[in-house]
Structure formats: structure tokens, C-alpha cells
Design a protein around this ligand. Sequence first.
Ligand code: COA
Ligand code: AMP
Length: 266
Amino acid sequence: MQTPLYSIRMRASRAGEHISGAERIVPFGDLPALCAELTCRAQEHPRGIPDEIRLSIDAIDPATVRHGSLPDITTVRVDDLAAGREAALAELIKAGVSESAAVAAMQLLTNGPNPDGGGLRGALLVESRNGVRLEPDPRRGVRVSRMDLEPSAAERLQRVLAARRLDNPHVREALVLAAKVRMVPGFVAELCWSDDPDYTAGYVSTLHRGYVRFPHLKSLGDSHGGRAFFLRTDDLDLAAVIAFLQRTPVLFDRVGTIHPDEEYRP
Ligand code: COA
Ligand code: AMP
């Protein structure tokens, strides 16, 4: 019989403002340790002390679990924010995003894509050629959830990242999220930079190149991050894509290759 698995999720907020979130998929017996670990995560975030911490635990139907591989990783060295944005734009265009759609999404992430001002609670969905936004709720976006690494892949990932001085929760968790997003039909690319004011790196994920990191995609001290998922919408069942991103459990059992760093040459 398969071990029953559970989705455990933490979100922390203060005065209704989101501070941090994290999630795992684990066997029943690991839940007490995970409650402690995720509570510590909630207490230690650089955005401050929460006044509300929510832990949610739900059993997962084993028949619905999908499996997948993490993308390869390449760091493209850039000297500053301007070069980082330029290099990320070039990567998006190479993957098949139109220049106008890529530039518009970058502007939205920079200025805050929420029509009420500020960021979203999830990601922008963007048609990769014409730049049209596809999220059903443009104040919320689409939030990817129910994904984790198999234990052996988690161990291997930490080892290979540590050898390249990349082993931090930002990279590990963003890789897992990006790996799930790449699985959807119509996927062309993802662009992300973090909300955390002390984390300036960001990435572009594409099918051909994998997860491409840029050390500077925003300024130090800036707490406005965001994500955009670029999709080709020909024959796309958008509702099924969103349902997959939000609810289908995925466990990653293979780790990609870490390629040598590249220098950005405009
Ligand atoms: N930003 C702002 N608000 C958020 C939020 C976020 N990232 N995540 C949750 N919330 C708030 C929203 O108000 C949300 O209501 P909504 O669905 O109307 O937007 C409410 O909390 C409930 O969210 P829900 O997704 O139902 O909570 P959950 O407890 O099931 O899962 C998370 C919460 C944060 C664990 C999950 O959404 C998530 O983001 N998982 C991925 C975490 C991760 O690996 N992040 C790393 C990215 S580098
Ligand atoms: P973070 O990398 O957690 O700092 O998040 C950066 C931005 O990505 C946030 O502002 C959100 O817009 C978006 N985001 C965070 N979590 C998710 C998620 N689970 N799914 C989709 N988008 C997310």
C-alpha cells in the first residue's frame, strides 16, 4: 500500500498583509516536525513578526499525484539591475515571448500589476504573443500550490546547490515552483523577482534553457516582487491549466544539471 501523503501549508501575515508562505508534501508521521519547522519559518522572516500564522493540512489522493523533474540551472552574471533586466528580456524573447509582451509584463511587475495598486497575491498569466492578461481575477493572480521534492531529490538538490554556493530556500523553493509551472500545456516562459527586500536575484524559466538566474533583477531594499507566466493560448484549456497549478499535487524526483556561469554580453 502507498504511504498516505499530506499537503501542509503555512501562511503568515500582519494586519492582513502577507509576510511569508511555505508548503510541503509529506507522510503522515512527518507532520509534527513540519508544524514546528514551518512555524519557525513564519517567525523568522525579514519582513517582520506576524500577528497571524495559519497552518493547513489536507490528505492527498495518491491517484492524483504527478511526478516530474527540476529544470537545469544557469546563472547569467550581470553587474547591475539595468543589465539584469536587459538580459532577462533577451531570454524571454529567445523563448518565444514577443518583445512587447515581455516589456509590458516587466513594467507591470515593476509598477505593481494590481489595478488597486501594489502587487498580486499570485502570478500574472500573460498571452506570450499579444501580452493580454489571462487571470480570472486581476487583483489576485494565480497561486501555484501542492508541490514538493521527493526526499532523495531534496538531498541531492541541496548537495549540488551547496557546491555552487546557491543553497538557500529562495532558490530551492523557486525551482520547485518553476518546475511545476513548466509542466502546463502552452507554457512558454516564467519571469520572477522576489518580494524580499534583501533578495535582488530573479529568474527566467524556459523549456529550452531551464531556470536562468540573474543576480540583479531589482534594487536592494525594494519589497515589490512578482511573477508572470507566459502561455501560448492556441487550443489551451485555461481553466484546466489554472486548476493544475493551484491544486494538482506534484512531486519532483529528479534534479537538473547546474551549468557553468555565463557572462551577460549585450
Ligand atoms: N500573497 C498574498 N496573500 C496570500 C499569499 C501570498 N503569496 N498566499 C496566501 N495568501 C492569502 C490570500 O488572502 C489568500 O486568499 P485568496 O485565495 O483569495 O488569494 C489566503 O491567504 C488563503 O490562501 P490559500 O492559498 O488558500 O492558503 P494555503 O494555506 O492553502 O496556502 C501558501 C498558502 C502561501 C502556502 C501557498 O499559496 C503558496 O504560495 N505556496 C507556495 C509557497 C512557495 O513555495 N513559495 C516559494 C516561492 S519562491
Ligand atoms: P516571493 O518569491 O515569495 O517573494 O514572491 C514573489 C512574487 O511571486 C509575489 O509577489 C507573488 O506575486 C508571486 N508569488 C508568490 N508565491 C506564489 C505562488 N505560490 N504562485 C504564484 N505566484 C506567487
